[in-house]
Write a protein that binds this ligand. Structure first.
Ligand code: FE2
Length: 411
């Protein structure tokens, strides 16, 4: 699509479809989100559980029944499969004709290029409709399955499905129709309701979209397909998401104690009214997760992370020396915020560095954000002031490189 066509497409999408109506577009992308081989390599990383559980969420269904991924670890993609077609051949043979679907959430954690590609897609949407509250993530669906195991269902999510191989087909109904026909809920038998539905379908290069109030069921034709669901949480309130976030950060091991708290038999004693220490500690955790300081850090990460719930892992920190040439990005600048306690929160690509505030750090960030090529020695010479050495500067640039706020220029 040409740039002018893209602008009018997004204008129309924002006006007519976002959170309103489903849509199929057969040809849209001149460059796919990722190739089949890239998806295979990414899934190998996501499905490697040899070092324990990761933040990736993996679900496997055989004949509509959930299987434990640890017990059926051999049914996940392996390097020996060579490709996703090879994986499908092996699984079809091992399952002797039973149908399966593998669903992997948050694969963007292992694919920076996919995440960076999506950032551009999201920008066009966010500029027009705002940022959904709260959180975006990818889920890949692959397999030879006919129907979603859950049947006709609904999630509080607005979804773009981007097929990678094979055709993606999804049947959707408006929520008013489901309200009048509750038998459809979670049903796999819906032939009598086909007239009220819309069949969305798209080959690779296009996409299908449905709003968060649409009830839907995947309708495969038994052929192997791979499709990426770019999923937008659509919560009308934010309390739920903050509670989920709180739970994800809760480290139970730090709050262990006795199973009882003091009990005062004589209830008229004044000491019986004192709040127990264990209760104060629990409340302190909740307070810390809703303090302005915490929320500012969280919001900074959401902005630079394009609202993704999980962002690509940082890359290995490499030493930067004074002869290196580096480059930042004016399009995706490193952002910073001065916080209480003379701290400086520095964020790029959804990651955050929490540092003691210093004017040199802010000066360095402003310089790299111009996007031009910079010689490290000259940059540090110009920016480093009292209390901030050249070595401090090299160390900071190395951390920035790890979160991809800068890259080494090729010269
Ligand atoms: Fe769904």
């Amino acid at each position: 699509m040409h740039d002018s066509d893209l602008i009018s497409f997004w204008d129309e999408f924002a006006r007519e479809y976002w959170e309103r109506k489903p849509l199929s577009v057969e040809t849209f992308f001149s460059r796919p989100a990722l190739s089949e081989d890239d998806l295979f390599q990414t899934l190998l990383k996501c499905c490697d559980l040899t070092h324990g559980k990761t933040e990736i969420d993996i679900r496997l269904y055989v004949e509509g029944q959930a299987r434990s991924v640890l017990k059926f670890y051999n049914l996940l993609p392996k390097a020996a499969d060579s490709s996703l077609e090879g994986y499908n051949r092996r699984i079809e043979s091992e399952l002797k004709g039973q149908e399966y679907v593998l669903i992997v959430n948050y694969l963007e954690v292992n694919n920076f290029a996919l995440w960076a590609w999506t950032r551009e897609f999201l920008k066009a949407l966010y500029e027009r409709v705002g940022m959904n509250k709260l959180g975006v993530y990818y889920a890949v669906f692959l397999g030879n399955y006919h129907k979603t195991p859950a049947g006709v269902h609904h999630d509080p999510e607005s979804v773009f499905h981007l097929p990678v191989a094979g055709q993606k087909r999804m049947r959707v109904w408006p929520e008013e129709f489901i309200a009048r026909n509750p038998r459809l809920k979670n049903s796999l038998q819906y032939e009598e309701f086909l007239d009220a539905s819309t069949l969305l379908k798209s080959p690779p290069g296009g996409f299908i979209y449905w709003p968060s109030n649409a009830w839907h069921v995947s309708e495969g034709i038994g052929e192997f397909s791979e499709s990426l669901a770019l999923t937008f949480n659509c919560f009308k309130e934010l309390v739920r998401q903050l509670m989920i976030n709180m739970e994800q950060h809760y480290d139970e091991s730090k709050y262990q104690g006795e199973v009882t708290i003091p009990f005062h038999a004589r209830a008229n004693e004044q000491s019986s009214l004192e709040i127990p220490e264990a209760l104060k500690q629990a409340a302190a955790f909740i307070q810390s997760m809703s303090s302005v300081d915490y929320l500012q850090r969280l919001w900074l990460k959401m902005i630079t992370g394009s609202n993704f719930l999980h962002v690509p892992k940082p890359q290995e920190a490499r030493a930067i020396n004074q002869h290196d040439l580096i480059r930042g990005s004016s399009e995706h600048p490193v952002k910073w915020l001065q916080l209480a306690g003379e701290r400086l929160a520095v964020s790029a690509n959804g990651h955050l560095l929490d540092l003691p505030d210093h004017s040199t750090l802010r000066a360095l960030i402003e310089r790299v954000n111009t996007g031009g090529e910079l010689q490290v020695g000259q940059l540090l010479e110009a920016c480093c002031t009292d209390g901030f050495s050249i070595n401090d500067g090299l160390s900071f640039l190395s951390q920035l490189q790890s979160i991809r706020g800068i890259s080494k220029a090729l010269g």
